[in-house]
Design a binder for this molecule. Structure first.
Ligand code: NAD
Length: 356
């Protein structure tokens, strides 16, 4: 067994169909009295439901969360939290809404706990990573103040997640686990979570394709989101996440779709230098003959997810710039960052070529 360091991050997880009923108890355990409820405009109805459940512990609703947390939205939410005297955030939604809660917590003068109620599989609720976009540039960082203190995973709240986003969001989760398996600061516990997360996410998809309201399968997908989000929060990510961050931020491509398209190609790039990780990914996906990269590609294609950058709006002229940005600063990755090979990777991703 190789030496390792393992730091557990303390988040309380309440899991299960119907677990939203415990919201009042959980807010009380946090010692909070005035919650600012956060959501996107599309999920205003869910935010109103949360406000009703919280009753007099609701300070107000701020339903303007947007993807990649524009600084203007963060400032408006912070001002609203202050005006209402809020002492915590309850974020119901995907990574964009949880991200807004993080933006408030980051600047708050006093501790500002976040209670997250995730409704996608992005995994932000399990990490201390925050992101803010200013002048078209997205900056990210890690700060323990933004790690949600409590997470309520209630699969019933994901029944409305459209099937297309269900598939790409599950692949987004798989991407965290896949890179966690070759992270230089990985450890055996995180690897267990990663492999199980990939298995559970992949196994949920055929069942959800057959019936998006299959509550048991929704539960399995959220269990996967929890595991994969934990991996993302605990170990370093490599080339795949760097590329997705660049493509999403610079070319404004949709988050979960970018992850879905890039992952097979990032795995192919790293395959020879991360053979044990590839073996575990293949095992988790139940692949007999195909490589890890091809198996992920096949999983996306089998569920009608996008498999090319062209299909999700990437301008062809941006590929060179994306390759330049990917090698601009160093980060851990099993295979050294080679600009020409990354440009080739992006070409394959643009064309939607199935990797070997
Ligand atoms: P999202 O939060 O932007 O949600 C996408 C859309 O789906 C929104 O309109 C949302 O309202 C809607 N939606 C969410 N759940 C729904 C449901 N159950 N039913 C119906 N509609 C629903 O998408 P996302 O992929 O969850 O998050 C992406 C953002 O999160 C990106 O900005 C990404 O960078 C960030 N992120 C951050 C971390 C982190 O650790 N900091 C991790 C993952 C993602």
């Amino acid at each position: 067994m190789a030496p390792f360091t393992y730091t557990a991050q303390a988040a309380r997880v309440v899991f299960g169909a119907g677990s939203l009923q415990h919201l009042g108890r959980e807010i009380e355990l946090l010692g909070a009295h005035r919650a600012l409820v956060l959501s996107t405009p599309e999920q205003t109805g869910s935010a109103e439901r949360i406000a009703t459940l919280l009753g007099e512990r609701t300070a107000g609703i701020f339903a303007k969360a947007k993807m990649h947390v524009p600084i203007e939205t963060a400032r408006e939410a912070r001002a609203e939290a202050q005006r209402l005297g809020a002492d915590c955030a309850v974020a119901i939604g995907g990574g964009s809404t949880v991200g807004l809660g993080k933006a408030i917590a980051l600047e708050a003068e006093l501790a500002f706990p976040i209670l997250a109620i995730p409704t996608t599989y992005a995994g932000s609720e399990m990490t201390s990573i925050y992101g803010l976009t200013e002048g078209g540039v997205k900056k990210t960082g890690r700060d323990l103040r933004v790690l949600p203190r409590t997470v309520i995973y209630d699969p019933e709240l994901t029944l409305t997640l459209p099937l297309a986003l269900t598939v790409t969001s599950a692949l987004n989760a798989i991407a965290h686990a896949a890179e966690g398996l070759y992270a230089p600061d990985g450890n055996p516990v995180i690897s267990l979570m990663a492999e199980e997360g990939i298995r559970a996410a992949a196994a949920s998809l055929p069942r959800l394709a057959a019936d998006p309201r299959d509550l048991e399968a929704r539960g399995d997908a959220q269990y996967a989101a929890w595991l994969c989000g934990t991996v993302l929060g605990q170990v370093s990510m490599g080339l795949h996440h760097k590329l997705c961050h660049t493509l999403g931020g610079t070319f404004d491509l949709p988050h979960a779709e970018v992850h879905t398209v890039i992952l097979p190609h990032a795995l192919a790039y790293n395959a020879a230098q991360a053979t044990e990780a590839m073996r575990r990914i293949r095992r988790a996906l139940g692949s007999d003959t195909a490589s890890a990269a091809a198996s992920v590609f096949d999983l996306a294609r089998a569920h009608d997810a996008p498999t090319s950058l062209r299909a999700i709006g990437m301008p062809y002229g941006g590929l060179d710039r994306a390759a330049d940005l990917a090698v601009q600063n160093s980060y851990p990755n099993p295979r050294p960052l080679e600009r020409s090979a990354i440009r080739e990777l992006l070409q394959h991703a643009y064309d939607g070529t199935r990797p070997d």
